[in-house]
Design a protein around this ligand. Structure first.
Ligand code: JFB
Length: 234
């Protein structure tokens, strides 16, 4: 999968070259391109923002450098990328979103700052036949300072689903949310050695070697944990 990320803070995305996703980049499973939006500015001050029409606080990102950047990036191949715009007003990014995107050959993330990107950017690329749609998405109901951290979250969630990335091929399918869409279970607790740590023992059933009992116990634990952590009336 190819992933491009455009930001005025390209160094902020550096951690994607570490750990699990970094290994997927090194092995060629993910072809990662991080771009500085200011490379597509046209003035001496490399301006990317302007005052909001209608007034109000803060600044808005101009669509002009974004349009030049996205057209250039798209023009590097014949594939149709999906444009992902992280925004606090977007549709929620969930595990099923990650699963759908993991089948896509090319994602381009437009990471805004300030009060966000001029709305005509999404509008234009929705209608541009060189692109496979636009996803305006939010990672959760809290306000970040920009799209970079959200893009990193999404790249990690998508990247770990790609064939060969997890190493342990069964783990991804078996995770907290992968069966989910509406009423799924979260995972139960996990344990490793030592068998007793600070007086706390590993549940007996896990030492029993009775695989059917272990499966049953884990299912019950997941059920309990889901009720404790996800019940609407806390
Ligand atoms: C994403 C962003 C801002 C408008 C903009 C660009 N879950 C999330 N919270 N915040 C963001 C997000 C996601 N995905 C997010 C992109 C941008 C926030 N900002 C800052 C703050 C308030 N209103 C700019």
């Amino acid at each position: 999968m190819r992933i491009d990320i455009v930001s005025i803070f390209p160094d902020y995305l550096g951690p994607l070259r570490l750990s699990l996703i970094g290994k997927a980049v090194d092995s060629g499973t993910i072809e990662l391109h991080i771009h500085d939006l200011r490379d597509w500015t046209a003035d001496r001050h490399r301006t990317v923002d302007d005052t909001p029409y209608g007034g109000g606080p803060g600044m808005v990102m101009s669509p002009e450098p974004w349009g030049r950047a996205l057209d250039d990036i798209r023009g590097t191949t014949d594939l149709k990328p999906k444009l992902v715009i992280p925004t606090p007003s977007g549709a929620r990014f969930v595990q099923s979103t990650a699963q759908q995107w993991s089948a896509h050959p090319w994602l381009v993330f437009a990471c805004g700052r300030y009060e966000g990107i001029d709305a005509r950017l999404a509008q234009f690329y929705h209608a541009d036949q060189h692109w496979d749609g636009v996803a305006e998405v939010s990672i959760g109901d809290y306000v970040l300072a920009g799209g970079e951290v959200a893009a990193m979250v999404m790249v990690e969630a998508v990247g770990r689903l790609l064939p060969g990335v997890l190493g342990n091929e069964v783990s991804a399918a078996d995770d907290s949310f992968s069966i989910d869409d509406s009423g799924e279970l979260v995972e139960g607790p996990v344990f490793t050695r030592p068998q007793i740590w600070r007086g706390l023992e590993v549940p007996e059933v896990l030492l029993s070697g009775h695989h059917a009992h272990i499966v049953q116990w884990r299912a019950a634990q997941a059920q309990d944990r889901t009720e404790q952590m996800r019940s609407v009336d806390r």
